[in-house]
Ligand binder design. Structure first.
Ligand code: 57M
Length: 359
């Protein structure tokens, strides 16, 4: 909004020319979202407490989690609010990628909201049914998937990290692939969200790396130098991702161990859905499995555990799935699991960044 209001006034005051630059607006989007979530956070947590929006804790979970009963949840609402407010303030609002991201964030956020709301009302750990979640998530994910496919300027080939000459064209199958990436990322982030700060740390790290990728992919000179796909207009998403990273750090202020608030499905699904969509928009869709490698490993641990549990009549590979519970039950203190998982996420992000140059 500020871009539209102030940039045209550059002829009156030359300083307003800086609003042209994505880098300038991204930095201010980060700061704006960070400040909003930190300022609103305390008030919002008090409101959640007053409305008794507290987390029900599963009885079959690790013993240490029972002390978390009643911790306010649905803190994702403040992440979404801070991200969208900062985006609306600093982004170019006639950019279709921005609106696509707003739509996916709100769509997945709404599904998560209903799920959390049902859990809070019933005071148990069951919200929407698995089937209802999958169907609604697929419907929301179909919007960007079809939009990408139908957009004449968008090609349906995949970019394979470290192998730039291998570019399989998915054609029509790009649509189911895109739905898989978006829905898969949303649910993987959701599974990871089981220790204080465990999901928001890697989400913020992934958002920060994709913020860089968007800038590079949206700049024709840099994209051709790095030999990565150039996507016209996608640079503006740096502002959205900067806002998401800023809001994430602001939320972490309150979600850091011992957490004063959880993000809830409203936060986890919205953030995961948005990350999946950004990976597709930048044409760095496969790289998300590296940047978000932690989410992949957490999801895989559940798949392996559940499958093995079924075929072996109740035997387990891990002490408990998802993987973070395995380390907790091995005796690692919760903060140690969390910080080590963050460190792994940073390493994965750096590996992904190197993939842009190496081939
Ligand atoms: C939700 N989140 C929490 C909070 C958060 C198929 C199955 C493996 C699914 C999986 C599952 O339900 N995962 C998704 C994971 C929950 O947190 C809420 O949920 C939101 C995110 N969706 O924002 O609102 C609990 O996580 C803890 N938490 C924190 N700090 C945070 O910042 O400590 C969350 C955020 C909170 C709190 O305790 O209550 C959740 O329920 O874990 N199921 C599981 O993860 C279960 N695993 C399991 O049953 N594994 C089995 C195999 C055979 C399937 C096994 O290994 O034996 C475990 N979940 C829990 N305890 N809590 C089982 C033990």
């Amino acid at each position: 909004m500020l871009y539209h209001l102030l940039y045209p006034l550059k002829s009156v005051f030359g300083g307003f020319n800086v609003f042209r630059y994505i880098t300038f607006r991204t930095i201010f989007a980060i700061l704006t979202a960070l400040i909003i979530s930190m300022v609103v956070g305390g008030w919002f947590i008090r409101k959640l407490k007053a409305m008794q929006i507290g987390q029900y804790i599963r009885e079959d979970g690790p013993q240490s989690h029972h002390a978390k009963t009643g911790t306010p949840t649905m803190g994702g609402l403040m992440i979404i609010f801070a991200t969208l407010a900062a985006t609306v303030l600093w982004a170019e609002l006639n950019n279709p990628f921005i609106w696509l991201l707003v739509l996916v964030t709100l769509g997945f956020g709404l599904i998560g909201f209903f799920d959390d709301y049902l859990k809070v009302i019933k005071k148990q750990n069951k919200g929407l049914s698995g089937r209802a979640k999958l169907v609604t998530q697929t419907l929301v994910a179909l919007v960007p998937a079809i939009w990408f496919y139908a957009n004449p300027g968008f090609d349906t080939t995949l970019t394979i990290p470290f192998f730039k000459s291998v570019q399989p064209d998915l054609g029509f199958f790009f649509i189911p692939f895109a739905v898989f990436v978006i829905v898969g990322t949303a649910n993987a982030v959701n599974l990871t969200d089981g220790l204080d700060g465990l999901a928001i740390g890697p989400v913020t790290i992934a958002a920060a790396f994709y913020m860089i990728f968007c800038y590079l992919a949206g700049n024709i000179k840099i994209a051709s130098y790095l030999q990565i796909p150039y996507v016209r207009g996608v640079g503006e998403l740096s502002i959205y991702l900067g806002a998401m990273a800023g809001a994430g750090v602001g939320f972490l202020w309150f979600n850091a161990y011992p957490a004063q608030v959880f993000m809830g499905d409203v936060g986890a699904l919205a953030l995961g859905g948005a990350l999946g969509t950004v990976a597709l928009a930048t044409k760095q869709e496969v790289l998300l499995a590296v940047v978000g490698g932690l989410f992949v490993v957490e999801a895989l641990s559940v798949i392996i555990q559940v499958s093995f549990f079924k075929v072996s009549n109740g035997k387990r590979v891990f002490r408990m799935a998802p993987l973070h519970h395995h380390f907790e039950l091995k005796g690692w203190p919760e903060p140690k699991v969390i910080v080590r998982f963050w460190i792994i996420s940073i390493i994965l992000g750096l590996v992904a960044l190197s993939a842009l140059k190496l081939r």
